[in-house]
Design a protein around this ligand. Structure first.
Ligand SMILES: NC(=O)c1ccc[n+]([C@@H]2O[C@H](COP(=O)([O-])OP(=O)(O)OC[C@H]3O[C@@H](n4cnc5c(N)ncnc54)[C@H](O)[C@@H]3O)[C@@H](O)[C@H]2O)c1
Length: 440
C-alpha cells in the first residue's frame, strides 16, 4: 500500500517506519525542515529504542522516504495518516490547528480517492472538522474527489513504541464506510496475523476511547500517589500496599506505582483536554478527572518539598545531584517532565543542580536555556561531585542498582530523595544513607 504519514514526530516516525517494515511504501511529511534534514542524512530526530535501525533498513530498501513537499505528500498515499501534534491550547483544550492544516493540505492537492486517518489524539467531533476542511478545499477547487475520514487513535508508549506498534493489544478504528474499513483491515493485517485485534466502531466512540484510556491510566497514578502521601503519614509502605492490591485480578499490577507525578506529552494534556471537552461541549464537570489533574500537579511538587523540608527554604549555597530528566525511562521526551518542576523548585529556592540523564540532556537544555545554576554531568557518578544530596526523578534501568558506597562517599550528606521508589528502604538505610522515597 502507498501511505503518507503527516507529522514525523514520536508517533508519525514510528508508524511510518513500522508500516514500511511490513512492506508498504511510505512517505513521511513534516513541516519542520530540520527534522527532515536529519532523517535524510541518516539520523533520527528523537530517541526511541530500535527506531534508528528500522528507519535505516527501510530507507535502504527504498520503502521509506521523507519530504517537506506538501503537494507530493498529498499525491503519494492512498492512506493519509495525520499524526501531527495536538498540544494544549491556553485554556487546556487540544489545539487543533495542526490537524486542520494537515487536512486542508490534503484537500488542496488530492486528485484521487483518499482514506484520511486521524492518528493524532483528537477531541470527539474532530473527524467531522477534518471532513469539512477537506470538503471546503475541494469545493474551492471546484472538484468532488471522493475521500473517507477514519479515526485510528494510537496507543503506543514512548520507549517501547516499536513493540507496541507491531504487537498492539488492540487497534481501534472508527469508521463510517465499508471501503475505508477494508483499507484499514488490509493495512493492519500484517501486524495481527495471530488473531484479529481490530475493533471497528463509530468514529466518535473511537475518538473518545483514546482519551478514556489515558484518563484511566492517569487516574490510577494519581490514586496511588494520594495513597502514598497518606501511607507516609500513617507509617505504612505504599509498595506493600501496591503488591497487596495488585494481586487482585480486578485491579492488576500495572500502572499502580506511586511516584513524583506523571508527565509526558500525553497524560497531562489529554486529561486536561477531556475535562475541557466535557465542560464546553457537554456542560458536564468531570469531577474525578479534575481531581486527578489537581492531585498530579501537587505531586510534582512533592520531591522539591521534601528537599526544602530537609535542607530549609533557603537553599542558597546548596548543591544537588539529579538523576533522570526525561518524563520516563527510555525516551528523551521532556514535555511536562516532573524533573522540570523539581529543578524549578530547587532553583527558586536558590540551589544549584547538576543533572544526568542517559539521553535527555540535550532536550533539557532547551527547557532551561541560559540557566547558569543548572549544569549537566557526563555520568551518574560525575553528577554526585560536590552535591549535598541526590534526587532521583526518572526510573532509568541504570539507576536501579547503583554503587551505594560511592554515593555515600561523594555526597556531602548521605541523603537520597527517590521520586520513583527504586530501592529497598531497609537496604539503603542499613548502609547509613538517609532515604526519602514516596509513600514509604
Ligand atoms: N508521543 C506519544 O507517546 C503519543 C502516543 C499516542 C498518541 N500520541 C498523539 O499523537 C500525536 C502526535 O504526537 P507526537 O508525540 O508524535 O508529536 P510530535 O510533536 O513529536 O510530532 C508532531 C510532528 O508534526 C509536525 N507537524 C505539525 N504540523 C504539521 C503539518 N501541517 N504537516 C506536517 N507536519 C506537521 C511537527 O513539526 C512535528 O514534527 C498527538 O496528538 C499525541 O497526543 C502521542
Amino acid at each position: 500500500m502507498k501511505i503518507t504519514v503527516i507529522g514525523t514526530g514520536y508517533v508519525g516516525l514510528v508508524s511510518g517506519a513500522c508500516f514500511a517494515d511490513v512492506g508498504n511504501d511510505v512517505l513521511c511529511l513534516d513541516v519542520d525542515p530540520s527534522k527532515i534534514k536529519i532523517l535524510e542524512d541518516g539520523g533520527i530526530p528523537i530517541y526511541e529504542p530500535g527506531l534508528q535501525e528500522m528507519v535505516k533498513r527501510n530507507v535502504a530498501a527504498g520503502r521509506l522516504h521523507f519530504t517537506t513537499d506538501v503537494e507530493k505528500a498529498a499525491h503519494f498515499g492512498t492512506v493519509q495518516f495525520i499524526a501531527v501534534g495536538t498540544p494544549p491550547d491556553e485554556d487546556g483544550s487540544a489545539d487543533m490547528k495542526y490537524v486542520i492544516a494537515a487536512a486542508r493540505n490534503i484537500g488542496k492537492y488530492m486528485t484521487d480517492y483518499k482514506v484520511v486517518v486521524d492518528k493524532s489524539t483528537v477531541p470527539v467531533g474532530t473527524a467531522d472538522r477534518v471532513k469539512a476542511a477537506i470538503a471546503d478545499e475541494l469545493a474551492k477547487r471546484g472538484v468532488s474527489t471522493p475521500f473517507s475520514v477514519v479515526s485510528n487513535p494510537e496507543f503506543l508508549k514512548e520507549g517501547a513504541a516499536i513493540d507496541d506498534f507491531m504487537r498492539p493489544d488492540r487497534i481501534v478504528v472508527g469508521c463510517e464506510d465499508e471501503q475505508a474499513a477494508l483499507n484499514m483491515r488490509a493495512l493492519y493485517a500484517p501486524i495481527q496475523r495471530n488473531h484479529d485485534r481490530l475493533i471497528v466502531m463509530d468514529i466518535r466512540s473511537a475518538e473518545l476511547t483514546k482519551y478514556a484510556a489515558n484518563a484511566m491510566l492517569a487516574t490510577r497514578i494519581s490514586f496511588m500517589n494520594e495513597l502514598a502521601n497518606l501511607a507516609e503519614k500513617l507509617g505504612a509502605d505504599i509498595e506493600n500496599v501496591r503488591k497487596g492490591i495488585g494481586s487482585d485480578p480486578r485491579i492488576g499490577y500495572d500502572f499502580l506505582y506511586a511516584g513524583a507525578g506523571y508527565g509526558g506529552s500525553c497524560f497531562p494534556k489529554d486529561v486536561q483536554a477531556l475535562v475541557k471537552t466535557a465542560q464546553d461541549d457537554a456542560g458536564i464537570t468531570l469531577q474525578v478527572l479534575t481531581a486527578v489533574e489537581a492531585a498530579n500537579d501537587a505531586q510534582k511538587r512533592v520531591l522539591g518539598g521534601k528537599v526544602i523540608k530537609r535542607f530549609g527554604a533557603d537553599l542558597k549555597g546548596k548543591h544537588f545531584a539529579l538523576w533522570g530528566l526525561a518524563f520516563k525511562a527510555n525516551t528523551d521526551d521532556m514535555r511536562k517532565a516532573t524533573s522540570r518542576d523539581v529543578i524549578q523548585d530547587l532553583l527558586d529556592a536558590g540551589a544549584t543542580v547538576t543533572a544526568y540523564d542517559p539521553v535527555a540532556m540535550k532536550e533539557a537544555q532547551h527547557c532551561f536555556p541560559n540557566e547558569a545554576r543548572l549544569t549537566y554531568a557526563e555520568s551518574q557518578t560525575a553528577a554526585l561531585e560536590g552535591a549535598d544530596a541526590l534526587i532521583i526523578v526518572t526510573e532509568w534501568r541504570e539507576f536501579r542498582s547503583p554503587d551505594f558506597d560511592t554515593i555515600k562517599a561523594k555526597l556531602k550528606q548521605p541523603v537520597i530523595f527517590d521520586g520513583r521508589n527504586l530501592y529497598d528502604p531497609k537496604l539503603v538505610r542499613s548502609m547509613g544513607i538517609e532515604y526519602q522515597a514516596i509513600g514509604r
